[in-house]
Design a protein around this ligand. Structure first.
Ligand SMILES: [Zn+2]
Length: 83
């Protein structure tokens, strides 16, 4: 008959869940680093009055500035300013 000590049973019962947790943790951290950029429905806008930059939904035709509360037609933020 095979004799197994109590210490080895306890060590086995402790090591198996810890190993499983470590494998899941490594898998999750690897998955986190491999995430790509997610397309969003938001677009950067600039207020015509106070020049505040904020995000707005692409579907909205009119947006309200969160700072000065003015309503304006949504247009994308200019890439560069040449004056
Ligand atoms: Zn504004």
């Amino acid at each position: 008959m095979i004799s197994v000590s109590l210490i080895s049973i306890l060590a086995y019962l402790l090591c198996v869940p810890l190993t499983a947790i470590m494998i899941l943790w490594l898998y999750d951290s690897e998955k986190q680093y491999s995430r790509k950029a997610v397309p969003t429905r938001k677009i950067m806008c600039e207020c015509d009055i106070c020049l505040f930059h904020f995000t707005a939904d692409k579907a909205d035709k009119y947006v309200r500035c969160p700072r000065c509360k003015s309503l304006m037609e949504r247009k994308a933020l200019r890439k560069s300013r040449k004056n």
